[in-house]
Design a protein around this ligand. Structure first.
Ligand code: HEC
Length: 446
């Protein structure tokens, strides 16, 4: 009896082990489950604009066959002889894999400067994969990217460090164009400083910009450049080079500054400490020579010591004769925000066009209670198609659409935003980072 029991136990342990062997996830399976499903498929999902543009639907069971040994859709990468994931293994396999170029944050400077036509890093924004996830994918590609079997230890995934881009480097002035510079300024401890400063562009005729770079010292919440509406009374224009605070140090709004804001015409802006907007050839923003640019900086200092802010802007210009389409700014905002205490709230608002437009770029702006921000097409044959998605309020991806999204008259875009308000009081629309916003920025042409 005892003997049988022992045999039974041995058999039991043995079959138990065999079971463990069988169910151990292949390295590829882990990549799908712990990397693609968590960081990629919100965009690379069936039917989205991002999936159409990239040719990659990573939300299905067949993502292996879409990635491994397949030519990229990106023309420049294809010309360079890359495949999305190469099976050659080793360093060679790695250097031939477009996927590795797209995710390897540590080579970001090289990616951005040497391969401007390779699109964005994935995931877009500054939502880099963790070092562990990168090492895991790297080990898999170096092992020849097999579909079966374990070629990397899952322990790698425990490393949750992330690449952080180098802090602030002053911009060299553009070869052709204008540089603006908000010289170093102080932000008091535990204070949100937001101010405007009107800058003369010294131009005699309208200028056309097809690239705008912005570089800021860390700690910025946003930076926006405004022009002014045509029918402003010249006496209402602010003085040049004098900072105009939005709030006094006691937190009270400066009415004078609020007044000047009603004449603003949004020109450009970013929430990133570093931004490089490049419009496609033939497309440019026009800057009205009647006005300068009102620079609007917002820094949030949650520390006990003084913080220094500083902002450079390069406006690269092209000749008017090179411009086929004048880019217009999208600045679609829902100010009707009410977030009840201790609740998750989803708001939506649709914006329609009354003529045909081509949308070339979109990005979101919201504050820290935002959990998710999606944009879908309303109306027409692409009704319901997801064109934008992010869960990162701080570094929302700036998405470029190639080809641009065509919206016909009567069609539009709907913004759907989910917020989590953990506080005991309601939160509404406002300018402080503790208030909320729901804005879709971008550009289009007609
Ligand atoms: C915010 C939306 C978004 C997220 C999140 C996202 N992607 Fe993308 N992806 C895109 C868009 C749009 C393109 C096409 C433009 C480009 O290449 O920059 C693209 C292109 C790609 C390409 C190039 C395809 C080709 O053949 O040209 C690869 C590879 C890729 N993504 C992989 C990933 C991976 C892996 C992740 C997750 C780690 C990811 N993406 C997350 C939107 C996204």
């Amino acid at each position: 009896m005892k003997h049988y029991l022992r045999l039974f136990i041995i058999l039991f342990i043995f079959s138990g082990c065999a079971e463990v062997e069988n169910t151990q996830e292949s390295t590829w399976g882990t990549i799908q489950e712990k990397i693609l499903n968590t960081s990629c498929i919100n965009c690379h999902v069936s039917g989205s604009t991002m999936t159409k543009q990239s040719g990659l639907d990573l939300s299905k069971k067949n993502s292996y066959s879409q990635l491994v040994g397949v030519s990229p859709k990106n023309i420049a990468a294809k010309k360079d002889g890359l495949v999305i994931v190469s099976t050659e293994g080793g360093m060679k396999g790695l250097s031939k894999s477009y996927l590795w170029e797209k995710i390897n944050a540590y080579d970001r400077e090289h990616f951005l400067s040497d391969h401007p036509e390779y699109g964005q890093m994935m995931p877009p924004g500054q939502n880099f994969l963790t070092d562990g996830q990168l090492q895991f994918v790297r080990a898999w590609i170096e092992a020849g990217a097999p579909e079966e079997g374990v070629v990397a230890t899952e322990e790698l995934l425990l490393d949750s460090n992330k690449y952080s881009p180098p802090e602030f480097t002053p911009l060299k002035p553009p070869k052709k164009g204008i540089q603006l510079h908000l010289k170093p300024f102080e932000v008091m401890p535990n204070f949100e400083r937001e101010f405007f400063q009107y800058t003369n562009l010294d131009v005699s005729e309208d200028i056309y910009a097809n690239r705008i770079q912005i570089e800021m010292r860390p700690g910025s919440h946003h930076f926006i450049l405004y022009s002014f509406i045509k029918n402003i009374n010249p006496s209402d224009l602010p003085e040049f080079d004098v900072p105009r605070e939005l709030r006094y140090e006691n937190g009270v709004y400066n009415i004078q500054t609020l007044r000047s804001m009603q004449y603003h015409e949004f020109f450009n802006g970013t929430q990133w400490p570093r931004m490089d907007y490049k419009l496609p050839p033939g497309v440019a923003f026009r800057l009205d020579s009647n006005f300068g640019l009102d620079q609007n900086s917002h820094y949030v200092n949650r520390t006990d010591s003084i913080m220094i802010g500083e902002v450079y802007t390069n406006i690269h210009t092209v000749d008017k004769s090179e411009v086929l389409h004048e880019a217009k700014v999208i600045n679609w905002s829902n100010q009707n925000i009410f977030l009840p205490p201790k609740k998750i709230t989803t708001l939506n608002k649709s914006f329609y066009t009354n003529k045909s437009i081509y949308v070339g770029q979109l990005f979101s702006h919201a504050h820290e209670k935002m959990k998710e921000f999606s944009v879908i097409i309303k109306g027409g044959t692409r009704d319901g198609e997801l064109v934008y998605w992010t869960d990162d309020w701080q570094h929302p991806p700036i998405m470029s659409y190639d080809p641009p999204i065509k919206l016909n008259s009567g069609e539009g875009l709907q913004i759907i935003t989910t917020y989590d308000n953990p506080l005991n009081e309601a939160v509404t629309f406002g300018f402080r980072s503790t208030d909320e916003m729901m804005i879709l920025f971008g550009w289009y042409y007609e």
